[in-house]
Design a protein around this ligand. Structure first.
Ligand code: SF4
Length: 67
């Protein structure tokens, strides 16, 4: 098995579709048809600084990293 240090974010049910994460890191986050944020398939982990910024900017603490 190959070990990696790639941190994968997810968005939980607290999302209030403010779109801040999309504005900050649109390469990773998008809004679905119901305007809830989600993490795009095949997201690029090289955006980790921007992901951290999106986590800090989320007003309801809805973005976390998978353990
Ligand atoms: S910043 Fe937070 S509340 Fe706003 S769209 Fe993203 S996950 Fe949802």
């Amino acid at each position: 098995m190959i070990e990696t240090n790639v941190k994968i974010p997810y968005v939980n049910e607290n999302c209030i579709w403010c779109s801040a994460c999309v504005a900050i890191c649109g390469e990773v986050f998008d809004l679905d048809d119901e305007w809830k944020a989600f993490v795009k398939d095949g997201m690029d982990s090289s955006n980790s600084d921007w992901i951290d910024d999106a986590i800090m900017a989320c007003p309801v603490n809805a973005i976390h990293y998978k353990k």
